[in-house]
Design a protein around this ligand. Structure first.
Ligand code: ZN
Length: 374
């Protein structure tokens, strides 16, 4: 059949037999933008979609599937000849002033239906739109606050360089001076959550002469390797970051510095509003993600340094002393704490050897101000 010529399609059933079917134009495919624009213009101009014969104006089943071509088209009620509302082909006459132009892809026709029936779809679209706007607004608001803070934050990162460098020295001194202590404590951290645990072997079957040995009932719980053991926990040590394989606060600082620069380059001192306006949506979103990440990182940076400082305390020295002087520990050290001219210091002693771990003054400089929006 010729395109554009009104025709009766068999795919749409009549509502009732005594009602004359009005003609409509079939649309096998989604109609063109030109047709959509023209039709929307005609709907608005005439305010009488029921007179537009390319539209399907007979009854449409409530569950017919459609795609929205144009949302929220509002008809001027004063133009309606009877002062009534437009008829909705999916429900009732005299129904709506705001509706949507839709394409029924299975019925292969287009119609102007009310929000009464297009509503679900319209609401979902509006909700998507609202979420998008909310995110844009919150991102822009965040950047307006955060961008002016980039320059002062870079200054703070700069001022923390010496703190980080000193902390790295203290950490590496420990790792390099008594690597066997460092290693054993790292095992305690990874396998026992920092609980200083020593294992006592109660009985080892492989050492026993008599193959026909039958133990008392209480020994039935032995492992499959035939070793009966009991764990002794001698407290938990503090400052567990100190036994990490490679702790590097200097690198943490450099990463944050690089991230801040990647967002603002050298234009962070320019007017934030102009800067934001010039961003694409992806750039804006990435900038927010990066700046938020830096905010988390500075908190972690400080917490890790505080944790490192807590390794050098009298209480920790006592805990470590009990662990390293215990009969079951194959590694022996006496651990002493002092707080003299050099500040908090741990001394690991064995025979005539003394290994001295000085904390350093960096730990007194951790209460730095991190610039924040008011
Ligand atoms: Zn309706």
């Amino acid at each position: 059949m010729a395109n554009g010529k009104p025709a009766v399609s068999s795919t749409v059933k009549r509502k009732s037999s005594d009602q004359q079917q009005l003609p409509w134009r079939p649309f096998k495919d989604r109609p063109s933008g030109i047709w959509i624009d023209e039709t929307v213009a005609r709907i608005k101009e005439t305010a009488q979609p029921e007179l537009i014969d390319s539209l399907f104006r007979n009854h449409i089943p409530k569950d017919a599937k459609f795609r929205v071509l144009k949302h929220l088209i509002t008809v001027d009620g004063r133009k309606r000849p009877e002062g009534d509302n437009c008829p909705c082909p999916m429900c009732t006459p005299n129904r709506f002033l705001t509706g949507s132009l839709v394409w029924f892809y299975e019925l292969q026709c287009c119609a102007f239906i009310g929000n009464c029936c297009a509503n679900d779809d319209v609401l979902a679209e509006a909700e998507k739109e609202r979420k998008w706007r909310d995110r844009r607004d919150s991102e822009e608001g965040y950047l307006l606050d955060a961008l002016p803070l980039v320059a002062p934050r870079l200054n703070v990162l700069e001022s923390l360089k010496s703190v980080a460098a000193e902390a790295v020295r203290a950490y590496r001194k420990f790792r390099n001076t008594i690597p066997e202590v460092h290693e054993l404590l790292r095992q305690m951290k990874h396998h026992h959550g920092g609980q200083l645990t020593l294992t006592e072997i109660i009985r080892d079957e492989s050492q026993e002469q008599d193959d026909d040995y039958f133990g008392p009932a209480g020994f039935k719980g032995r492992g499959k390797d035939g070793v009966e053991s009991r764990d002794h926990v001698l407290g938990t040590f503090s400052g567990q970051i100190a036994v990490q394989k490679d702790y590097n606060p200097t690198k943490e600082l450099e990463d944050m510095h690089r991230m801040l620069l990647s967002v603002a380059s050298d234009s962070y001192s320019q007017d934030a509003l102009n800067f934001i306006v010039g961003m694409s949506e992806n750039q804006r979103h990435a900038a927010v993600v990066i700046l938020r990440d830096v905010e988390e990182r500075i908190v972690k940076f400080k917490a890790r340094l505080q944790d490192l400082a807590s390794f050098y305390t009298a209480e920790n020295a006592q805990t470590l002393h009990e662990f390293f002087t215990h009969d079951l520990n194959r590694l022996y050290f006496r651990v002493e704490f002092s707080n003299g001219r050099d500040g908090p210091t741990l001394k690991f002693k064995r025979g005539a050897s003394i290994y001295t771990l000085i904390r350093g003054t960096w730990a007194n400089k951790l209460e730095f101000d991190w610039p924040r929006a008011e």
